[in-house]
Design a protein around this ligand. Structure first.
Ligand code: MLC
Ligand code: AMP
Length: 498
């Protein structure tokens, strides 16, 4: 008997197809059975994992989901890792959370094997766990923590956001209702599974509704187009960069194929964009191509989705709509005072979807709440009943390809290079990536800095999307009256450059 809302929902439609991946089709019964076995294997005779953190690294697909649900059903906290993170970043995550065991797929076995051996942690093979003998499972209450997802803040190291089963259930149920999820929907899943967009919106929502999630291990524009035009997919959700890539791939097709893609994509029920501002040009072009006005919504790791344009009714360009049912929002100025309509203010959010804490970081947790309201760090404005996001309060947060990145984390790493005396990392506006990571550096006397040398070195220490794609060399960094590096001034200098 389980009290995990997502599991209870799945038990209502055992015979339906839950997941389609490169191995084939898997029913809800398969998922319940495999995850119960994985839970038993992880428990190994214990009554409950009691909040132990279990980290896993697997390609997107049935086994990934079965392991995640297995951790939940054993009473553990799931920690989905990503292959995009280099070993030092994974090591940081495992150590911060004091992970108890790791679960690997053959593709990640060597890397996780090293990480496990260095920490004397057990390493399970996913395929074996999913075949473990069934055992009695604990009753996991909804208020128990379910998941830790890492997010970059303005501090140099990422923080672990702890989401409970109740948080997830609220976030999912709200979206299922707001976006009209049905059991006969089928979504194309091309997003990473270590962030809430891929976990909550694109995976848990269909599984809550008894629908089918078609999981691809990687976003690849031609394959995605083939599936969007294949006649089975009814729902698609992605970050703006992915829509930009799809538009480019469409434009590379001969006219006849384009017409076919357009006609077929027009038949989908719903297409959603989020995780970063949707450029008006992308919205316009996508509408031209497919007839779909992308439904733009706003969310964050700590809160799930907060604001959404309507399923039925006007979807206003550059706006993210209204609060989802059960979510409260308000705008405040720097002194915490209310701001009027049409005035910019920081967006505060409250509701059952909002996380309780950053992992073992009470100071950061306390600093992000005021009287029970979560401070998002985003500036927004309410215009004619619809919110518009104006940007982040901090220049040290970059959003690139839908990933949130701390400029300070990258600066910390770059400053380890012997030839760099000073550096300032910025997000440069970019039509494809939203922002692009740019490093502005002051070389040490007599030294030269080259992007070609820096990138491979940085890739061993930072995830690919955190590695600068542009390098600017200056003799000195501009400073403000307090003597601190002025990033707005640095940005102005870079933008004046050819
Ligand atoms: C990758 N590259 C980048 C980059 N990301 N370069 C600049 N900026 C970036 N952001 C580099 C790669 O390192 C590679 O370099 C080259 O671009 C081509 O890589 P690719 O394989 O084509 O790119 P890919 O890795 O596929 O990335 C594109 C993407 C991906 C758009 C598919 O970024 C993606 O999946 N983004 C989704 C992120 C997401 O889910 N965010 C949700 C967070 S939750 P080289 O040199 O190696 O060739 C959240 C809350 C909410 O935000 O509201 O949803
Ligand atoms: P993350 O911390 O990775 O969960 O990213 C959340 C951040 O993404 C938010 O705080 C916003 O800055 C940004 N974001 C998400 N959706 C949108 C959107 N539709 N428009 C603009 N910014 C968005």
């Amino acid at each position: 008997m389980s009290s995990i809302p997502l599991i209870l929902q799945a038990e209502a439609h055992p015979g339906r197809t839950a997941i389609v991946d490169r191995e084939g089709s898997h029913t809800y019964r398969d998922l319940l059975d495999a995850s119960a076995r994985a839970a038993a294997g992880l428990l190994a005779g214990r009554a409950s994992l009691d909040g132990a953190r279990i980290a896993f690294l697997m390609p997107s697909g049935f086994e990934h989901v079965a392991v995640e649900w297995g951790v939940w059903r054993a009473g553990g906290i799931a920690v989905p890792l990503t292959a995009q993170h280099p070993k030092p970043e994974l090591a940081y995550e495992l150590d911060l959370l004091k992970v108890e065991a790791l679960v690997a797929h053959p593709e990640s076995r060597a890397l996780l094997g090293e990480l496990a051996a260095e920490r004397e942690l057990p390493l399970h093979a996913a395929s074996e766990l999913l075949r473990a003998a069934p055992a009695a499972l604990p009753d996991v209450r909804p208020e128990r923590p379910a998941l830790v997802v890492f997010t970059s803040g303005t501090t140099a190291r990422p923080k672990g956001v702890v989401l409970s089963h109740a948080n997830l259930a609220f976030q999912v149920e709200t979206l299922v209702k707001a976006w009209g999820w049905r059991a006969d929907d089928r979504i194309l899943h091309v997003l990473p599974l270590h962030h809430v967009h891929g976990i909550v919106n694109v995976l848990c929502c269909p599984l809550w509704a008894g629908a089918c999630c078609e999981m691809h291990a990687k976003f690849e524009p031609e394959t995605a187009w083939a599936r969007l035009a294949g006649g089975e997919i009814t729902v698609f959700m992605a970050v703006p960069t992915i829509y930009a890539r799809l538009i480019a791939a469409y434009e590379a097709q001969p006219p006849e194929r384009r017409r076919e893609l357009s006609a077929r994509a027009a038949k989908l029920r719903l297409m959603v964009s989020g995780s970063a501002a949707l450029p008006e040009e992308t919205l316009r072009r996508w509408r031209e191509l497919t007839g779909h006005v992308l439904l733009e919504r706003y969310g964050m790791t700590e809160i799930g989705m907060a604001l959404s344009n309507p399923l039925h009714g006007e979807r206003r360009p550059r706006h993210v709509g209204q609060p989802l049912p059960g979510v409260e929002v308000k705008l405040r100025d720097e002194q915490g005072r209310p701001v009027g309509d049409g005035q910019p203010g920081e967006l505060y959010v409250r509701g059952p979807g909002v996380f309780k804490q950053y992992w073992e970081n009470p100071d950061a947790t306390a600093a992000s709440f005021v009287d029970g309201w979560f401070r998002t760090g985003d500036t927004a404005v309410l215009e004619d009943g619809s919110y518009r996001i104006l940007g982040r309060n901090s220049v040290d947060i970059i959003k690139t390809g839908g990933y949130k990145v701390s400029a300070l984390e990258i600066e910390d790493v770059l400053l380890k290079r012997p030839e760099i005396a000073e550096c300032a990392v910025l997000g440069l506006p970019d039509p494809e990536w939203g922002e692009r990571v740019c490093a502005v550096v002051v070389p040490k006397a007599g030294a030269a800095v080259s992007l070609d040398e820096l990138r491979p070195w940085a890739k061993e220490r930072l995830a690919g999307y955190k590695v600068p794609t542009r390098l600017v060399t200056l003799e000195a960094l501009p400073r403000n009256a307090m003597g601190k590096v002025s990033k707005p001034e640095v940005l102005k200098i870079v933008q004046r450059m050819p």
